[in-house]
Design a protein around this ligand. Structure first.
Ligand code: FPP
Length: 247
């Protein structure tokens, strides 16, 4: 039986988050510049998005550019931004055809103006699509996101709009970029690294983590199916005992 048909469609993770890693090493293996790896990473983005939507996953979040990535050589950063703009523009038709909504998390206002404009337009044009939401994490860092939430809440407290005593997790979640989205149930990182790298720190409290040695440009539908099958074999206890969750 092929991998896709082994998946239990009634037990899909509602939200999958992916740390796309290994583009640079993949390019090096092929004797090419790092940007060659990023360009080939776009194929993996397309395949993963298609596979997730076909299965019925509702949210797919891809870590495309972290706040820390600005520290890379200017040449690579510029090439990545150009690639992002070109990819969003090129894939807009496919997103529309497949009823996929585009969203973004991160400090997107501080992306280069061209990138921000392209992104905002694509978000606006796809906002009524309902099959799946593709979330791009751009200029994103979880600590930045958490600090923004803290600052907003502190301002509300100062203005007398929020009472500290009655503050709950849900208030905090409303201030995060991901408000309205379910928490990721499965987080995948490619390239053999086993770190979270400042990605969705609050939201992955109970996510299952899956690490694969595959470099991102080589990631294909079957790799996503393997991750989901692995997820479905795990027992999610949320702090309870095995007997409690199976009874
Ligand atoms: C990590 O590999 C990859 C990135 C920082 C960029 C990912 C971007 C894309 C795949 C381009 C297009 C994306 C979208 C969503 C349109 P790395 O460079 O850190 O690899 P290394 O660890 O081997 O150096």
């Amino acid at each position: 039986m092929d991998l896709q048909s082994q998946i239990d469609k009634t037990k899909l993770p509602r939200h999958i988050a992916v740390i796309m890693d290994g583009n640079g090493r993949w390019a090096k293996q092929h004797g090419k510049m790092r940007i060659f790896g990023h360009r080939n990473g776009v194929k993996a983005v397309r395949e993963t998005t298609e596979a997730a939507a076909e299965l019925g996953v509702k949210y797919l979040t891809l870590y495309a550019f972290s706040t820390e990535n600005w520290g890379r050589p200017a040449e690579e950063v510029n090439a990545l931004m150009t690639l992002l703009v070109a990819t969003i523009r090129k894939e807009l038709k496919t997103l529309t055809k497949n009823n996929i909504r585009l969203e973004a998390i991160g400090d997107i206002k501080n992306l280069p103006p061209k990138c921000y404009k392209e992104l905002k337009e694509a978000i606006e044009l796809t906002k009524h699509h309902t099959r799946m939401t593709l979330v791009l994490a751009l200029n994103y860092s979880a600590r930045w996101e958490i600090m923004q939430a803290v600052k907003n809440i502190a301002a509300d407290v100062k203005a007398g709009k929020t009472d500290v005593e009655t503050l709950e997790e849900t208030h905090f979640e409303q201030q995060l970029n991901t408000h309205g989205m379910p928490d990721p149930e499965l987080m995948i990182r490619t390239s053999g690294e086993t770190r979270i790298s400042n990605f969705l720190l609050w939201q992955i409290a109970y996510a299952e983590l899956y690490f694969t040695p595959v470099f991102w440009p080589d990631f294909r539908k079957d790799d996503l199916y393997k991750a989901i099958l692995n997820f479905q074999q795990r027992e999610r206890r949320f702090g309870k005992t095995s007997e409690q969750v199976t009874s």
